[in-house]
Design a protein around this ligand. Structure first.
Ligand SMILES: [Ca+2]
Ligand SMILES: [Ca+2]
Ligand SMILES: [Ca+2]
Ligand SMILES: [Ca+2]
Length: 273
């Protein structure tokens, strides 16, 4: 059941799946005044982020940011170092980004994407600031949006995969990968055009990307939604696997990761909704 819910949130079908709920963007998220009366402004996503890759309580005070059916993200939107929250509203096709852990009102709203697209974040140009993008499942296309609005695309992998971004080779620029839920298989596209593919975790777990060992290169993790357990592949993309696992949060939470304290190492968080 929970896997289905997570899957819905992560797939293009989310818009139709939750359309009947008519959950509008809170007024506080609006970049411009609207003549349409907005419902009560509520942020229903509660973020519990930790700077310690251990089980236990959140090390950052809980805050509320975003609501259903928004898709949570993290990134260094202002280049200050460290990741902060963002959300993507798949129906309005807008990113709402914040540069703090205060919750409530974001600093940046960016309309981007088409119906069915899934949100991306990454440092496309290696300047230390993360940008946004979208993945179009029907064409397997990653569209990266530069800060000035210019776009560039990469088509990679089979259609209808789970898109991932990260810096596989440590050159400061984020690359792309895909995850195939039925097989639990990751496929990484390296900048030289080669690929690396392996299974990690069980089918239909949730893939996550971060730098667990602080070497400047990103690697995968998987999250088992039925046990609320994260599995961090601390050995990176090397064939020899070393994994650190922790339980954090509860089944039903949404997992995400980021470098919340800007120490160049990624840690976990969950969103309760
Ligand atoms: Ca950048
Ligand atoms: Ca790279
Ligand atoms: Ca690493
Ligand atoms: Ca960190």
């Amino acid at each position: 059941m929970r896997t289905q819910i997570l899957s819905q949130l992560l797939t293009a079908g989310v818009a139709t799946a939750v359309a009947a709920a008519v959950i509008a963007v809170p007024a506080v998220f609006k970049a411009k005044p609207t003549t349409v009366a907005a419902p009560t402004a509520i942020c229903t996503y509660q973020w519990y982020l930790s700077n310690s890759r251990t089980s236990g309580t959140a090390t950052i005070p809980m805050f509320a940011y975003g609501n259903t059916p928004m898709v949570p993200l993290s990134g260094d939107w202002d280049g200050a170092g460290g990741d902060t929250p963002g959300v993507y509203h798949p129906e309005e096709r807008k990113f709402f980004l914040t540069n703090s852990f205060a919750g409530g009102v974001g600093q940046v709203t960016i309309p981007f994407g088409a119906v069915g697209d899934r949100p991306l974040a990454g440092d496309w140009n290696g300047d230390g600031t993360d940008e946004i993008g979208v993945y179009t499942p029907s064409t397997a296309t990653f569209t990266r949006r530069a800060a000035d609005g210019a776009t560039s695309t990469i088509t990679y992998g089979a259609k209808y995969q789970v898109p991932l971004t990260g810096d596989w080779n440590g050159d400061g620029t984020d690359d792309v990968a895909t995850y195939d839920p039925p097989t639990g298989s990751f496929s990484f596209r390296l900048p030289d055009g080669t690929t690396r593919t392996f299974r990690y975790g069980d089918p239909y777990w949730k893939p996550l990307i971060g730098d667990w060992n602080g070497d400047g290169r990103d690697e995968p993790a998987v999250y088992n939604p039925s046990t609320a357990t994260f599995y961090f592949r601390v050995s990176g993309l090397d064939p020899t696997e070393t994994t650190q696992s922790i339980r954090y949060g509860d089944p039903g939470d949404l997992p995400l990761v980021g470098d919340w304290d800007a120490n160049k190492t990624s840690t976990q968080g969950i969103i309760r909704y």
